[in-house]
Ligand binder design. Structure first.
Ligand SMILES: Nc1ncnc2c1ncn2[C@@H]1O[C@H](COP(=O)(O)OP(=O)(O)OP(=O)(O)O)[C@@H](O)[C@H]1O
Ligand SMILES: [Mg+2]
Length: 292
């Protein structure tokens, strides 16, 4: 290596090091949601979390479906406590977090998330500081939400760094997915939106549906969706759900698992420019709920 090359490398390192370090420190917070219910959000969250973990990322899952929390059921876990107990002060975050398969961790939200808003300022800040500290042990926070345009779900969408939208080929699901993009765009809640089409019968079907959604979103809402991939309708998924196991581990060779692997890769290749991390996320969430 000649001297000029060494110098170039040194300059390059100095220029890039601070940004690389900064990006590394902040976790990526992703809200998974859908317009229509029952399209495969929880299934995606659980299996994607495992795939990302096996790719070397430290992943935490927040079950924020306030009505029907069921990440735990799909993982075969039995949470004894939720964030509600942390908000009440009877448990610590360490007490409620559960170890899942493939080293993923689950944070059961319960009613605790909505109770953040009821806390006094001092207590809330103390809790948000504790939640923010989870940043140290996670690269990615995946949030499972309920379906539809409720205020709660939209606040998760707005507070996260990005949104992962899932639909199926059913016309009603596609229409509701578009409705979700429309609200996210027109209310300026979220610009970074990834798309997954579940229950497809061919890659082509997934691509065609994505193409349609991408085109109308760009044309009418000026939003660029990113198609991350499709997931086949696969009997292995149903078998695994019945056994309360993630299909990614139960049948790693099935088509749906292959699809999840691809989606995980696509997601990692599209990082957000400036993730806000856990502290940014929980602070924003508390602010949004404050106004309600
Ligand atoms: N790729 C797939 N192939 C076959 N079956 C699937 C697939 N994805 C999901 N399912 C089935 O659909 C069911 C519903 O999925 P899931 O619970 O993940 O949906 P959801 O969007 O989280 O629902 P909700 O809106 O009620 O939270 C699963 O229990 C599973 O049996
Ligand atoms: Mg669900």
């Amino acid at each position: 290596m000649d001297q000029a090359e060494r110098l170039r490398q040194l300059v390059w390192k100095q220029q890039t090091a601070p940004t690389v370090l900064k990006a590394k420190n902040k976790s990526r917070v992703i809200t998974v949601t859908s317009g229509k219910g029952g399209v495969g959000k929880t299934s995606l969250v659980v299996n994607l979390a495992i795939a990302l973990s096996l790719l070397g990322k430290r992943v935490m899952v927040l079950d924020a479906d306030l009505g029907l929390a069921n990440v735990d059921i799909m993982l075969g876990l039995l949470p004894q406590h939720t964030l509600h107990d942390v908000v009440r002060g009877t448990k610590s975050l360490a007490d409620i977090a559960l170890d899942g398969p493939a080293e993923i961790r689950l944070l059961p939200g319960g009613s605790g998330l909505s109770e953040l808003a009821d806390l006094g300022e001092k207590q809330r800040k103390a809790l948000i500081d504790k939640l923010a500290a989870l940043e140290e042990s996670a690269d990615i926070l995946l949030i499972d939400t309920g379906a539809g345009l409720s205020r709660t779900v939209l606040s998760f969408v707005a507070a996260a760094d990005e949104m992962l939208l899932i639909t199926t080929p059913e016309p009603t699901a596609i229409r509701d997915a578009y409705g979700m993009v429309k609200v996210a765009a027109t209310q300026q809640l979220q610009q970074k939106i990834g798309l997954v089409v579940n229950l497809i019968s061919s890659e082509r079907e997934g691509k065609e549906i994505a193409e349609r959604l991408l085109t109308v979103s760009q044309q009418f809402l000026q939003v660029e969706l990113q198609y991350l991939g499709g997931i086949r309708a696969d009997a292995h998924v149903v078998t695994a759900v019945k056994q309360q196991q993630p299909f990614y581990l139960h049948s790693p060779r099935c088509r749906a698992a292959g699809n999840i692997r691809q989606i995980a890769g696509a997601l990692l290749s599209l990082p957000p420019e400036q993730p806000r991390g856990f502290s940014g996320f929980f602070n924003r969430l508390a602010q949004l709920w404050d106004k309600v």
